[in-house]
Design a protein around this ligand. Structure first.
Ligand code: SAM
Length: 232
């Protein structure tokens, strides 16, 4: 919920058709049901449904003194996935609690992916909110787009790595993915076709350490979940 969802301090109203559909199809809500509702500016509350139509859902809202789950000290850098996979991946990694998501270009990212409507800020926001709702979290990760690999890695990522460890998920590298992390971490995950050698060398040169997840090569969306669960 954000400020515009509140009719007054004790009543919240959802009008977004997609969220109404979700309440109907996934939560099967009925009048009188109580749901946990997250507030965009932080904190969660309990909402009792008092009105539900195709146009709006109205809740009696009571704020709860309960902090959202702790975020992971992990910033994710992900080669831009194909649009269909992007939506699900954003939702999963947000539910798992990453602090930020950077979508980066690499040679094996199709140029057309950068024109996808899924990259519209409103669309990205919708996927993040679904992930937050799933995890009963209220802290949106920041999302940025980096359509040029070399300047991003050599100028920006190199600087970030002064204060964080960088882990590059790449099959066949000698070190296994650690279980648990002690320092703020940047995790770099490649595209469906993998990184080319030049990209691996550039990422290692700026200070990333290669890690692997064993001999099974996983789809990007599976690899991201496996990596974050192991590092968490
Ligand atoms: N043929 C590609 C290769 O060998 O790199 C496979 C790419 S995989 C489908 C997509 C991305 O998921 C990889 O670039 C990597 O970041 C991550 N990934 C998948 N399986 C992995 C594994 N076993 N170890 C480390 N990273 C993995």
């Amino acid at each position: 919920l954000d400020d515009t969802d509140f009719l007054d301090r004790h009543q919240a109203c959802i009008r977004d058709p997609r969220r109404l559909q979700h309440l109907h199809d996934v939560h099967h809500v009925e009048i009188g049901d109580t749901l946990t509702l997250g507030r965009r500016e932080g904190g969660i509350g309990r909402g009792r449904l008092t009105e539900f139509s195709g146009q709006r859902a109205v809740f009696e809202f009571e704020a709860l003194d309960q902090a959202p789950p702790a975020p992971l000290p992990i910033e994710l850098i992900l080669a831009l996935p194909r649009p269909r996979m992007l939506a699900r991946t954003l939702e999963h990694v947000t539910a798992l609690g990453v602090k930020s998501i950077t979508l980066m270009h690499t040679r094996r990212v199709e140029k057309s992916y950068w024109q996808s409507p899924e990259l519209h800020p409103d669309k990205i926001h919708q996927h993040l909110v679904l992930g937050l709702e799933q995890a009963r979290d209220t802290r949106l990760p920041s999302v940025s787009l980096e359509p040029r690999f070399k300047p991003f890695v050599e100028d920006r990522l190199a600087g970030w790595l002064d204060e964080r460890q960088g882990l590059l998920a790449h099959p066949g590298t000698p070190a296994p993915c650690p279980r648990g992390i002690e320092h703020p971490t940047i995790l770099v995950v490649g595209p469906e076709g993998g990184f080319i050698d030049y990209e691996v060398d550039t990422l290692l040169d700026v200070g990333c350490q290669g890690i692997h997840l064993g001999e099974r090569i996983l789809r990007v969306e599976t690899a991201v979940i496996a990596l974050l669960s192991r590092l968490a």
